[in-house]
Write a protein that binds this ligand. Structure first.
Ligand code: GLA
Length: 388
């Protein structure tokens, strides 16, 4: 599907008239997993694939939502916005609309058609992409584009946390809104301070390959919220000995000293991952700035092993794809990315080895798992925006 065909579909569904066009990317995280909600550092970027949205204002308070990815059409009145499981994907826009209204932003009726080329359930944040798309549409159509991006980011996270019930951190929404072409974002999730780091120049003849295990993951069905509870438990114990607000405020040395006060092995493992992963992100950012791609690759592998053995969020499919990737010549590093339990992994691969890499990993993964993975080589792009 291209933008022209999407416009034709809009006309078919809603009739002729003026249309405004928006795009919101998906995201991938280079390193720093499961630490955004622990106040840690992350290194994500926005991708060139994402969600397109076409929209037209209406004269009433109804919002009609249609998608080219799902059969289901949803119609809601902005005075009556409740989570309903039968509204499926429509709950994401509804959640955003609900919170925008609650915060006093202007909003009235619209007809919306969306289409995404993000593989659904792949862990590339199709939900946050859709949330930011709707938030930007409301910002542009009814609020003269004056709402600061950071407020839209926080509001979309709130919608996901409170309306959908997934207690995600801020990484996805931040990366999707603030993405910049060819840059990764080093974000401190506790202060929200960030800096852009150029990725192309520093990749030294390597590219980022995204590998979809095709094992679908649904965040709200996974053990994501359970991990959050385990971290909270750990924080409450450590607070008796250190004056901290989040787990990433303790250094590796401080943690080694305080670990003896934690009795449950499982909780120890979780904190160990969090504390070391935070340091790995800072090291990776430094290495990337220095063009030391081999060091970045090593840190990616350490991150994966920690997510596998200590945080326990990988699973057979992600472990297999990373394992077979690392066996290939020209592969500098690989790891799962996103929430885990399925979804995508990433690999840094030498340009001249990419075709062979994809071939071999595809074959070996299929032999071991029984079905094929998919590979995406997509550029790193800008954040959510109106298209002119
Ligand atoms: C999901 C969440 C993010 C983050 C990652 C793990 O993508 O939405 O907030 O916690 O998992 O790093």
């Amino acid at each position: 599907m291209d933008l022209c065909s999407l416009i034709d579909r809009f006309h078919e569904i809603y009739g002729f008239g003026e249309i405004r066009k928006f795009f919101s990317p998906s995201r991938v995280n280079l390193i720093g997993e499961h630490i955004d909600y622990n106040g840690g550092h992350v290194l994500p970027c926005a991708l060139e694939i994402g969600t397109y949205g076409l929209v037209r204002k209406r004269d009433d308070n109804n919002i009609r939502l249609a998608s080219e990815n799902f059969e289901l059409k949803v119609e809601v009145n902005i005075e009556d916005l409740k989570y309903k499981s039968q509204d499926g994907w429509g709950n994401y826009p509804k959640g955003v609309i609900y919170f925008m209204k609650q915060k006093g932003y202007r909003i009235s009726g619209m007809d919306i058609l969306v289409w995404g080329n993000i593989p659904n359930g792949a862990g590339l944040s199709s939900s946050a992409s859709l949330e930011l798309l709707i938030a930007e549409i409301i910002n542009s159509l009814f609020n003269d584009g004056r709402i600061p991006k950071i407020d839209l980011i926080k509001l979309c996270q709130e919608a996901e946390n409170e309306f959908i019930g997934v207690r995600c951190g801020i990484m996805d929404q931040f990366a999707i809104s603030m993405g910049k072409k060819d840059k990764v974002i080093l974000l401190d999730c506790s202060s929200l301070q960030f800096e852009y780091i150029d990725i192309n120049i520093n990749m030294n003849d390597c590219i980022l390959v995204i590998m979809n295990t095709n094992k679908r993951r649904k965040l709200n069905e996974s053990r994501y919220n359970e991990r959050r509870d385990e971290c909270k438990k750990a924080l409450n114990i450590i607070k008796n000995y250190k004056d901290i607000d989040n787990l990433c405020q303790i250094s590796i040395e401080e943690y080694e000293e305080v670990e003896k006060h934690i009795f449950e092995d499982c909780i120890k493992k979780r904190v160990r991952h969090v504390v070391y992963e935070n340091q790995r992100v800072l090291n990776a950012a430094e290495a990337l700035k220095n063009g030391d791609i081999n060091r970045v690759g090593k840190l990616l592998v350490e991150s994966h092993n920690s997510l596998k053995d200590l945080y326990e969020v990988t699973g057979n499919e992600l472990d297999t794809i990373v394992e077979v990737s690392l066996e290939q010549s020209g592969c500098i590093g690989a790891r799962m990315t996103g929430g885990g339990f399925g979804g995508c992994a990433i690999a840094i691969v030498k340009n001249d080895s990419v075709d062979n890499f994809i071939n071999k990993v595809g074959t070996l993964y299929k032999r071991k798992i029984g079905y094929s993975p998919e590979f995406y080589i997509t550029g790193i792009g800008h954040g959510t925006r109106e298209l002119f």
